[in-house]
Design a protein around this ligand. Structure first.
Ligand SMILES: *Cc1c(COP(=O)(O)O)cnc(C)c1O
Length: 234
């Protein structure tokens, strides 16, 4: 085994252990938490090593990078689009991304519907919530999420699965209230609609995924803790 393979395997083992422990603390079934390996800026060779450790969910932030990697990597990889969503890039994502995490406006829904219909596919998505109300971040403002979720139910070629957030960059304990809040918003919306429309919560990164799991995350997006520090971007 190469050094890199060894490191990546150790990292993934450790994270899986931590996920199980966090689930135990929260009285949850570890099978309800999906680990998404965030592979932005990571070359295909290293992604392949994580794949060989059993990872099938990968998160990418740049559309072209994702498409290029998808071409050279196994077909059973589920590619999650977690980058800032530009309407003019949706045509590349519809039918290709397993899940789009970062929808935040009606224009996105319109375009996803149009492109998915063309591909005769249903695109699954999450609505990104600007949970810390930060002007520097994209995402839907908290008080308008319900409106967007309800609107999404009118479309035939897309399916809303849940909510996603990137809280302000604080330590794990400080992010807890934002995770709690996202879960609260999800529960309120489901209540008001009278149906469990939202089942997924995509929240938690390398520094705070255990807290996120304690607060109900069903998808954690982890880059650095698997692949090491990124050299550029992200
Ligand atoms: C880069 C990124 C991550 C992973 O962050 P790490 O701290 O490296 O785990 C998760 N989510 C989003 C949206 C990202 O852009």
């Amino acid at each position: 085994m190469s050094n890199e393979q060894h490191t990546i395997r150790n990292n993934i083992d450790k994270i899986n252990e931590n996920i199980i422990k966090a689930c135990k603390r929260a009285g949850r079934d570890p099978g309800t938490v999906r680990l998404i390996a965030v592979s932005k800026t990571v070359p295909p060779e290293l992604i392949r090593l994580a794949y060989d450790c059993g990872i099938r969910d990968f998160g990418e932030n740049y559309v072209q990078e994702m498409l290029k990697k998808a071409e050279v990597l196994p077909e059973d990889i589920r590619w999650h689009y977690i980058g800032h969503l530009q309407t003019n890039k949706i045509k590349y994502l519809a039918g290709r991304a397993y899940l789009i995490h970062t929808v935040y406006k009606t224009e996105h829904l319109d375009e996803i519907e149009k492109r998915s219909e063309k591909e005769k596919r249903i695109t699954e998505l999450l609505v990104e919530v600007n949970i810390g109300n930060e002007s520097s971040k994209s995402g839907m403002s908290k008080d308008r999420v319900e409106e967007l979720v309800k609107k999404s139910l009118d479309y035939k070629h897309l399916k809303i699965k849940g909510l996603m957030c990137i809280p302000p960059f604080l330590d794990a304990e400080e992010t807890r209230k934002f995770f709690k809040n996202l879960r609260f918003i999800k529960d309120c919306i489901n209540n008001n609609i009278g149906k469990e429309v939202l089942t997924e919560l995509s929240m938690g990164m390398s520094s705070d995924y255990e807290t996120a799991i304690e607060e109900g995350a069903t998808m954690v997006r982890i880059g650095t803790a698997i692949f090491g520090e990124r050299k550029r971007g992200g």
